[in-house]
Ligand binder design. Structure first.
Ligand code: OGA
Ligand code: MN
Length: 306
């Protein structure tokens, strides 16, 4: 293991920087340190990388099984590499080279509408805009720990249907019909409180707000409950925003975080490459979950006004 490898937790609700790392050449011991730091801190920021797509997917594969990516948006350039998603506002010859354009991207965890959603997402910055485009990460262990106890008891055994129809930028996916009734939209049903399969701590798992539906409730009850959960889970003490530098690789754990992105300067280019890996498990609630909060699941009392 290189002596220079250093993990520095960020002074926010989640996240750590890994210093002294070249992700192309990590040996097994160094990767084990990195992976453990990822489980403990939920999001890893690694600066100064220079990667081909093959090197990005090779690194991604060390976190799990390389995962199928979401379908490209309508009219978008087809993928060159089936494990690399291009996230970009760049248009070449009238064709967008990637997804999510320059829009704000709402809070979500990646592809939660699948039965077996990805555990790790990796985003690598190649070109950055003049302003905006920061990416926020929120800690869903801490969201659960700080949830009003009565609300926690209410949602303890409930599940959400995670709609597939729109992406987190709000675009209708190719081949899908607009949603008219949230009870009928396509998507996987997952528990609201899930147990992380590796850390064994419980966390909140909301997917995304748009067209979510709490199973078994009247639609207006489901909407009211989701509004309360989302108002809680998006408070600013739960997240921080990463300001990108070219060469950054950020790896987040979709099982216990949500992320979003700011709008950015539409006149300048932002080009990111993304890979994702899965653990091949369905999100589940486990009665054997640890009673103690996750190490990054302790509330910061000042932040919640306690
Ligand atoms: C993603 C995503 C955010 C960003 O790739 O899944 O949400 O910062 N991207 O582009
Ligand atoms: Mn995403």
């Amino acid at each position: 293991m290189p002596d220079s490898l250093q993990i520095v937790p960020l002074p926010h609700a989640c996240g750590a920087e890994a210093h002294g790392v070249d992700v192309r050449t990590l040996d097994a011991d160094a990767f084990a340190v990195l992976r453990q730091a990822w489980l403990e801190n939920l999001v890893l920021v690694i600066h100064g990388q220079q990667l081909t797509d093959a090197e990005l997917t090779a690194f991604g594969q060390r976190f799990g099984v390389l995962d199928e990516l979401p379908p490209v948006g309508t009219g978008q350039k087809p993928r060159d590499n089936k494990y690399i998603s291009v996230i970009s506002n760049v248009i070449e010859d009238g064709v967008p080279i990637g997804g999510l354009a320059d829009d704000e991207v709402i809070w979500h965890s990646d592809t939660s509408y699948r039965e077996r959603p990805p555990s790790a997402s990796l985003l690598y910055a190649l070109e950055l805009p003049a302003w905006g485009g920061n990416t926020g990460f929120a800690n869903m262990y801490l969201a659960l720990e700080t949830l009003d106890p009565a609300l926690r008891a209410q949602v303890d055994r409930l599940s959400i249907k995670n709609d597939t129809t729109y992406n987190a930028g709000g675009q209708l996916r190719e081949g899908f019909e607009p949603v008219t009734d949230v009870r009928n939209c396509p998507g996987a049903i997952h528990p609201i409180v899930r147990t992380h399969p590796e850390t064994r701590h419980d966390c909140l798992y909301l997917g995304r707000r748009r067209n979510a539906y709490v199973m078994g409730l009247e639609v207006d009850e489901s909407e009211a409950l989701l509004d309360r959960l989302w108002a809680h889970a998006t408070q600013d003490f739960l997240y921080w925003h990463h300001e990108w530098t070219v060469g950054d690789v950020v790896v987040w754990d979709n099982r216990c975080t949500m992320h979003r992105r700011d709008h950015f300067d539409p006149a300048t280019r932002r080009v990111m490459h993304r890979a994702q890996a899965r653990d091949d498990l369905r999100p589940e609630r486990d009665e054997g979950a640890k009673a103690m909060p996750h190490p990054r699941g302790h509330a910061i009392p000042e932040a919640i006004g306690a």
